[in-house]
Ligand binder design. Structure first.
Ligand SMILES: C[S@@+](CC[C@H](N)C(=O)[O-])C[C@H]1O[C@@H](n2cnc3c(N)ncnc32)[C@H](O)[C@@H]1O
Length: 236
């Protein structure tokens, strides 16, 4: 399984694995994707994530609009949200839009949020993630937008007339794209829409959501459940 995934991943980079010996040699190399290697089917954390996002989806089940994610990385949530749209019978009325640089944090965020790792999330490409989404049959429901959230969201909203989102899922770790993303999408959120942050260790996303809630008279909240997301708010 791992070998097949790696084979697909590396072939897109013009490489191939033919033997276990070569696979072992690759483990130490830069192009080896340790994130993918660390994913097992279906380990505790991943299963919990699915339940976690299901709780989020239930909050927007009756709210019209799309799902927007700030921070796609390798597309785990894109796939979960895509399946949720399909399995809930919402494919006629809801799509998933994911924003990412696909090359990690921008310079401004690295200067502002000292804890961020300049090397994190660099080993990625939009084409690779989009292809992965397509291979699970969700290509028509999930769209990825490449570039800095600060620059791409205004362009995106200008192009989409009458756009409405039911969920803004913030998972970009940095303060600036989180707060800017919330502010930019605010006029495009349906009544009852949810803004969630996906931050286990409090940092830039938490700071941004608290500020956003204070400014707009919204409640900064969490549910009492082992599968509750760290924090969210509901648009009035
Ligand atoms: C924690 S990861 C996202 C994880 C992902 N949601 C998942 O399902 O596994 C954070 C992502 O945010 C992206 N990111 C951070 N700052 C950004 C910015 N200013 N514009 C676009 N993407 C950004 C990074 O490139 C990285 O891929």
């Amino acid at each position: 399984m791992l070998k097949r995934m790696l084979k697909g991943y590396l072939s897109k980079r013009g490489q191939s694995i033919v033997s276990d010996h070569e696979l072992e040699q690759l483990r130490g190399k830069k192009e080896f994707n340790h994130y993918i290697e660390s994913q097992k089917y279906l380990e505790h954390g991943e299963y919990k994530y699915i339940l976690w996002l299901d709780r989020v989806y239930q909050k927007i089940a009756k709210v019209p609009g799309h799902i927007v994610e700030l921070g796609v990385a390798y597309g785990r949530n894109s796939i979960i949200f895509g399946h949720q749209i399909k399995m809930n019978g919402d494919e006629m009325v809801r799509r998933y839009y994911g924003f990412d640089t696909f090359s990690g944090f921008n310079e401004e965020s690295l200067k502002m949020d000292k804890h961020l790792n300049a090397e994190a999330w660099k080993d990625n490409s939009r084409i690779w993630v989009q292809d992965k989404i397509k291979r699970v049959g969700l290509g028509n429901l999930c769209e990825l937008i490449e570039g800095d959230i600060l620059a791409e969201v205004p362009k995106f909203l200008e192009q989409k007339t009458n756009f409405r989102a039911a969920l803004l899922y913030v998972d970009c770790n940095a303060y600036l794209p989180s707060i800017k993303g919330m502010e930019l999408f605010k006029p495009y959120l349906s009544p009852g829409a949810v803004i969630c942050i996906d931050e286990k260790q409090q940092g830039g996303e938490t700071k941004a959501l608290i500020e956003f809630c204070e400014k707009n008279g919204l409640e900064f909240q969490k549910d009492a459940s082992p599968f509750s997301i760290p924090a969210y708010t509901v648009i009035k």
